[in-house]
Ligand binder design. Structure first.
Ligand SMILES: Cc1cc2nc3c(=O)[nH]c(=O)nc-3n(C[C@H](O)[C@H](O)[C@H](O)COP(=O)(O)OP(=O)(O)OC[C@H]3O[C@@H](n4cnc5c(N)ncnc54)[C@H](O)[C@@H]3O)c2cc1C
Length: 339
């Protein structure tokens, strides 16, 4: 028999979204479990410095992660580290069963999934070695660290083309490397790139290796032209990879509404099409993916979950047959002022 632990709310993932949600649910006196497959921090642990979090002009990623975790724990959230979640399932009685890798089941009326996403890697030598020391998967986050430097972007979709254009605000020169001889990106974004004198496009080419050394970080790229077979080194101190991003939605058991890219669709209370299941952060369909937006989503999700849980419990004690339906309505009542 699996061990079943009872909580008011279970949060999957302890990145900025999960830890913000835990802060708010803990502060609302909800018995909160946070299950994290690694250690608290999420992508903050892969980020050297951040300079765009209000109140912190420059902070190391891991330091910010420690502050987020300490703050959430201060309000009583229980963190289960190195304990991955395998599935989150809504049961016929309205409770969620969040199953952990060790077989334990965390039972709760509401669940908040903040499992983030995974940038698709090139998979070439040097890429991981120089991640955060030249190699990046986020232009908004890291562009400012490449002022007056030469950088390369890999990809051919909207993200690659748009971010190459954005990077020219900082970099002296941007090479846009694409494996084919035409982009998939929308025509209007392509036009911006073709018209930008700081961008040079390298067609029919793949990156084979990221070159650098331990002292200085990334110094260049070894490229391979797929048409003429030529190999050469491009001197560049930055590489931005935009070849796709996968939202980590695999734990959600059952149908949920999502967009064409697989990002979870929610209403403005961050509730998914499964009543009582909320999501926040990088796995949610939205315009941008930053620490501040993850925290903002999570704040809303936690407050809405609190309302949902309160109503769920009231309806259960009244013996109302469809607790989920009543709870669903109450989580969407707007507060009159600051909640
Ligand atoms: C290199 C890089 C630099 C960045 N720099 C900045 C920046 O300067 N400023 C900024 O605002 N944003 C930056 N970002 C973006 C920012 O880090 C993300 O938007 C933010 O971390 C999203 O938070 P999240 O909680 O939604 O997801 P994540 O941070 O991805 O956290 C998700 C967590 O869920 C856990 N998890 C996943 N699956 C499971 C499972 N099955 N069971 C248990 N746990 C699970 C993961 O281990 C992870 O800890 C950067 C991103 C990257 C990749």
């Amino acid at each position: 028999m699996a061990i079943v632990r009872d909580y008011d709310v279970v949060i999957v993932g302890a990145g900025p979204a999960g830890m913000t949600a835990a802060l708010y649910t803990g502060r609302a006196m909800l018995r909160t479990a946070v299950l994290e497959r690694g250690f608290p921090g999420g992508e903050l642990l892969n980020t050297e410095y951040l300079d765009d979090v209000p109140g912190f002009p420059k902070i190391l990623g891991y330091e910010l992660a420690e502050k987020f975790a300490a703050h959430a724990k201060q309000f009583g959230a229980e963190f289960f580290e190195t304990l991955g979640v395998t599935s989150v399932t809504k049961m016929p009685d309205g409770y969620f069963h969040t199953e952990a890798e060790n077989g334990e089941i965390f039972r709760s009326p509401a669940a908040i999934v903040t499992a983030g996403g995974t940038p698709i890697k090139l998979g070439v030598p040097g890429e991981l070695e120089f991640a955060g020391r030249g190699v990046s998967y986020c232009a908004i986050c890291d562009a400012a660290f490449f002022k007056q430097q030469v950088v390369a972007v890999v990809g051919g979709g909207d993200a690659a083309v748009e971010e190459a254009d954005f990077l020219t605000r900082y970099a002296s020169k941007v090479y846009l490397i694409h494996r084919r001889n035409e982009f998939r990106a929308s025509k209007i974004l392509q036009k911006h790139v073709f018209d930008n004198p700081k961008i040079e496009i390298i067609w029919d080419t793949v990156v084979e290796k990221v070159e650098g050394d331990a002292e200085h970080g990334m110094k260049g790229l070894r490229m391979h032209n797929l048409v003429n077979g030529e190999r050469k080194i491009l001197d560049a101190t930055g590489l931005f990879v935009f070849i796709g991003f996968r939202p980590n939605t695999g734990v959600i058991n059952g149908h949920f509404d999502h967009d064409v890219m697989g990002y979870v669709l929610t209403d403005n209370a961050m509730m998914t099409s499964i009543p009582g299941l909320f999501v926040a952060g990088d796995l949610r369909a939205q315009l941008t993916r930053q620490v501040t937006t993850a925290s903002g989503d999570a704040t809303t999700a936690a407050i809405a979950a609190d309302k949902y849980i309160t109503r769920f419990k009231e309806m259960q004690s009244e013996g109302t047959a469809d607790a989920t339906r009543g709870a669903l309505q109450s989580s969407h009542v707007s507060a009159g002022g600051y909640t």
